[in-house]
Design a protein around this ligand. Structure first.
Ligand SMILES: [Mg+2]
Length: 344
């Protein structure tokens, strides 16, 4: 079976509520859909999502990067998806999100043409995964209302964005959420908003208020690896690297140095095969893993859900982007019931 066509489509997804993190605010996610067509009529899709964390990954830049690769893939045998993916990383690796989407489209097309579900291709460990629900850095009352709604829908783990700009505001938001959903566990995402010293102080405040925070994600700027390690050692709350772990080599270094307790793996950062490599390394060193997402629709989230279920390798799942954006009508590779995502 060979590739007969590749296409790019822009996908502008309005956010259901403004998405607010330490890095800014967005109302629309400007994404790009990659479609691969095969000679047997099968198609595969992947989605590249813009992110506040990676301002270089615009629709325009990602499209330009992929247009350099796509003509080289026409006529290629789809069974060689791994070699084709390597070629794409070689040519357009400066735009990991774009290449990752192409990689997803290739593997999706391959597995569809073979009649295999993607989650089974990844190992078929389990069919469903439970996700947390993300709450933006909203005012406390808004955040508490969203938390309560989420709890009613079945979410037991809430991932709360904090900004690091005003410690009291961040704490007030978390307290309001905790009062609204006292039995929910909290993951907190700093999105690089703190210095290491501030983050350690913040951790102490979280503990003084007895907030059930089980993980603090990326408190410090992504290049501040020492800071990340300091917060892990002195804060008393396990730290996850997200923006600091953008590539397989970043993850490898963080794992080797035992700098953090958890690595947040996102296909948009390292692609599918990169994610499999990080899983292998993390297993060997017993580093825990989280799987995250950008602002993909259900189409773009499908390979992440398949990876999480198929490998069973993740201790934390943050795969709720399809609930945060208004997705176009589609048939994703999973169904959603409350916090449970079940592969089809
Ligand atoms: Mg994050």
């Amino acid at each position: 079976m060979h590739i007969t066509g590749l296409a790019l489509t822009t996908l502008n997804l309005p956010m259901r509520q403004p998405f607010v993190t330490a890095l800014g605010r967005k109302r629309v996610s400007r994404n790009l859909l990659v479609t691969v067509q095969l000679s047997d009529g099968s198609t595969g899709t992947g989605e590249a999502s813009a992110s506040l964390a990676w301002p270089d990954e615009t629709q325009l830049a990602m499209g330009q990067a992929l247009r350099q690769v796509m003509p080289k893939l026409i006529g290629a045998e789809i069974r060689a998806y791994r070699r084709l993916s390597d070629k794409a990383w070689e040519i357009a690796g400066r735009h990991p999100t774009a290449v990752a989407a192409l990689e997803c489209a290739l593997l999706d097309a391959y597995t569809r043409s073979r009649g295999i579900s993607l989650w089974k291709w990844f190992g078929g460990k389990r069919r469903s995964v439970t996700t947390s629900l993300t709450l933006s850095a909203w005012p406390p009352r808004t955040a508490a209302r969203a938390a309560r709604r989420g709890w009613t829908q079945g979410f037991r783990q809430l991932k709360v964005k904090v900004t690091g700009k005003n410690l009291d505001q961040d704490i007030q938001r978390l307290l309001a959420i905790h009062r609204a959903t006292p039995k929910a566990t909290l993951l907190v995402d700093g999105n690089q908003g703190f210095t290491a010293k501030e983050a350690v102080r913040f951790c102490h405040a979280l503990r003084q208020h007895h907030l059930p925070v089980i993980l603090l994600e990326q408190p410090v700027p992504r290049a501040d690896w020492e800071g990340l390690e300091q917060v892990e050692k002195e804060g008393g709350i396990p730290v996850a690297a997200d923006e600091s772990a953008r590539s397989v080599s970043d993850a490898r270094r963080l794992i080797r140095q035992r700098a953090v307790s958890v690595i947040n793996v996102k296909l948009a950062k390292c692609g599918l095969f990169g994610a499999l490599e990080i899983i292998r390394q993390a297993k060997a060193s017993r580093t825990r893993l989280m799987i995250g997402c950008m602002a993909e629709s259900a189409i773009g989230l499908s390979p992440s859900v398949a990876l999480a279920c198929g490998t069973g390798a993740f201790d934390f799942a943050d795969l709720d982007s399809h609930l945060l954006v208004i997705s176009p009508p589609c048939r994703p590779g999973f169904s959603t019931r409350g916090a449970t995502l079940c592969c089809c």
